[in-house]
Design a protein around this ligand. Structure first.
Ligand code: FAD
Length: 295
């Protein structure tokens, strides 16, 4: 690996609590940060050859990593962070670019349509995989095409319809595709209005969400016809805690690390919340958060 990416970009037994917004999780056997697609392809080829498991990491804002860690390689795409203007209204962003950085770039170029994503604390790669969305916006509405590395090592360009974006899902989710970059189709807009909208959405987030605590955002998907937070509140679980993990008082849809939580605490809390809600309302909650490692 060190011959493919330079030695400072391969770390053994890297603590995943440093790379997740929950700030929990044990070590990954290898933590690799390729600089470009060529390096990434070679890294994956080697891992495939030795049948080692690997996991593609964005900003770690939607994952829960086991306290026992991950017996495999975590590949971080944070070096794929370039954001450029392709033409008057199209932005091309590397998979590791943060949504916040892309939103600022769009604002600086007076492009509107991406304001909704400014406060989603992940990368565009992670956002594409699960069609991240907020405040009536979603990736589906702004994506022109997505460049991916297929499981067989081919680079493919998928247009919006081929991505089959759905609620927190896409055609490539869980299928071994790596997002390399995304082209976003925005519209010319008024810079002051864009700035104002971003500020307004940020303030709505601060008012409603427990941003002062580590979390992975909404822990559960929205069940059809319900709101997860309301079901959890109605089940009497506001503030309910297991170890250092708690259902947020401010927003029951968020499980937070209120201090010193382990991933096991969080996992147990998620399981207990699911069970209690099922018992009280008959609705089955499905975690939005992706688990990595053994639980
Ligand atoms: P990660 O958490 O690193 O990974 C998530 C999944 O995507 C993993 O399966 C990973 O393997 C895969 N992945 C990541 N990058 C790639 C890639 N390049 N190629 C292939 N697979 C990849 N989400 C929303 O949708 N709306 C919200 O409003 C929202 N608010 C949030 C608020 C807070 C405070 C927090 C902490 C989270 C919030 N989230 C929200 C959840 C999270 O930010 C999103 O799910 C985000 O899209 C995850 O991106 P990431 O880069 O952090 O991905």
């Amino acid at each position: 690996m060190r011959q493919i990416v330079s030695s400072e970009n391969v770390i053994e037994n890297e603590d995943m609590s440093r790379h997740t917004t929950f700030k929990t999780g044990g070590p990954a056997s290898l933590f690799i940060s390729p600089a470009d697609t060529e390096q990434l392809k070679k890294v994956i080829e080697v891992l495939d050859r030795i049948s080692a498991a690997f996991f593609i990491l964005g900003n770690g804002s939607n994952i829960l990593v086991s306290d026992k860690g991950f017996d495999g390689a975590v590949i971080s795409l944070r070096k794929f962070s370039e954001v450029t203007l392709k033409d008057d209204t199209t932005i091309v962003a590397g998979a590791g670019a943060l949504n916040s950085a892309i939103a600022s770039f769009a604002r600086d170029n007076s492009l509107t349509g991406f304001e909704f994503a400014a406060g989603i604390p992940g990368t565009i790669g992670g956002a594409m995989i699960m069609n991240a969305g907020a405040y009536d916006g979603e990736m589906k509405l702004v994506t022109k095409e997505v460049t991916v590395l297929s499981p067989s090592g081919e680079i493919m360009v998928l247009d919006n319809s081929t991505m089959e974006f759905g609620y927190r899902t896409s055609a490539i989710k869980g299928r071994g595709y790596v997002v390399l970059s995304a082209a976003l189709q925005l519209e010319k807009g008024d810079q002051e209005a864009i700035t104002a909208k971003m500020a307004e959405l940020a303030s709505r987030r601060r008012d409603k969400q427990p941003l002062e605590y580590p979390s992975a955002g909404s822990t559960f998907k929205r069940p059809e016809g319900y709101f997860a937070g309301k079901l959890i509140e109605d089940a009497g679980l506001r503030g309910y805690s297991v170890g250092g993990a708690a259902v947020s008082d401010k927003h029951c849809g968020f499980v937070i690390n209120k201090g010193g939580a382990t991933s096991s605490d969080i996992y147990r809390l998620i399981t207990e919340v699911k069970d209690k809600v099922q018992k009280e309302s008959g609705v089955e909650l499905e975690p939005e958060v992706i688990m990595l490692g053994e639980f």
